[in-house]
Design a protein around this ligand. Structure first.
Ligand SMILES: C[S@@+](CC[C@H](N)C(=O)[O-])C[C@H]1O[C@@H](n2cnc3c(N)ncnc32)[C@H](O)[C@@H]1O
Length: 293
């Protein structure tokens, strides 16, 4: 059995050996608690036939736990200074591939094809860099990768918004943009003390499992997201007011919007935060003929 990378003492040793200093701009808060790492990996339900994709391995703390639980791990790391560190810390594992790349620019599908041939069950498991949590999730969802889902650590406030249900304060266009693709729930809330350096915000691990079918069928997915963004633009405003100012550069015809709201069976005085994803779907389809161009 190898010594865990993620103990405070071993992490300090590794950082010292390589003269590594944290870059705040890259969201570098490393995990230093092996129990949290085991817990994260257990929520991914990996088997010896699974693949794991990691964003930002850091010095390999989570990577080694993934390597122990999966057939193959591919980790994308943007910071070149970490490459020699990872080569050292992950040397006991022959099932890990580190790719030096910004995940936002990477062709992840190609890498999966090359590095994980024949692997049918793939999960994204990561302690995400908080400054780009949402762009990373949206990219990996929009790329329509052959993955089962995600188990990812992020800022708790973002986790709350992603997993929020209608009628709650945290519910908004981000909840819908993500829940259109996946079933989302919070797996655990994580204290600041398990990170080095400690972040200023609370953290949570969320689990996102892809739907077989989207929760609502719409004519035009992109337009659904245009409508939801417009509907939440000003939370105190009614859906009617938000759509009037948010569609067609504020020149949307009020009567046409009222017609669409009636067709979708939605009272014009309601607020966006009370609408379910199914109601947004109906509304987007009703608005589509007039407002999608
Ligand atoms: C929160 S740390 C997590 C490190 C490690 N997985 C851990 O849990 O200790 C985020 C990691 O993501 C890397 N990173 C930041 N932006 C990235 C990007 N756009 N693409 C790939 N990696 C990125 C950072 O260099 C850092 O290693």
């Amino acid at each position: 059995m190898y010594k865990d990378i993620a103990t405070p003492i071993r992490t300090q040793e590794i950082l010292k050996k390589y003269g590594f200093s944290f870059k705040k701009s890259l969201g570098q808060n490393f995990l230093i608690d092996p129990n949290i790492l085991r817990n994260i990996v257990s929520h991914a339900n990996l088997t010896e036939n699974s693949g794991a994709i990691e964003v930002g391995p850091g010095i390999g703390a989570l990577t080694e736990h993934l390597a122990r639980g999966a057939k193959k791990v591919v980790s994308f790391e943007i910071d070149q200074r970490l490459l020699p560190v990872l080569e050292d810390t992950l040397s006991p594992y022959d099932n890990v591939k580190v790719v030096h790349s910004d995940i936002l620019k990477a062709d992840v599908e190609k890498v999966i094809k090359e590095e994980m041939p024949g692997i049918e069950d793939i999960m994204v498991v990561a302690n995400l860099p908080y400054y780009v949590t949402t762009p990373i999730l949206m990219k990996l969802l929009n790329d329509r990768l052959p993955i089962r889902g995600f188990v990812v650590m992020m800022q708790k406030e973002v986790a709350d918004r992603i997993t929020a249900k209608p009628g709650t304060k945290a519910y908004g266009s981000l909840s819908i943009a993500i829940q259109y693709y996946v079933k989302a729930d919070i797996a655990m809330v994580v204290p600041k003390t398990v990170f080095m350096p400690q972040p200023n915000v609370d953290s949570a691990v969320i689990r996102l499992i892809k739907h077989d079918e989207p929760p609502v069928k719409v004519i035009d997915e992109d337009f659904l997201f245009v409508v939801t963004r417009a509907s939440f633009a000003q939370r105190r405003k009614t859906i009617l007011n938000n759509l009037q100012t948010g569609l067609q550069n504020g020149k949307a015809n009020k009567d046409k919007i009222l017609e669409a709201l009636e067709m979708a069976n939605i009272e014009p005085t309601r607020r966006g935060e009370t609408l379910s994803i199914q109601e947004f779907g109906k509304l987007a389809d009703a608005l589509h003929p007039t407002f999608s161009k």
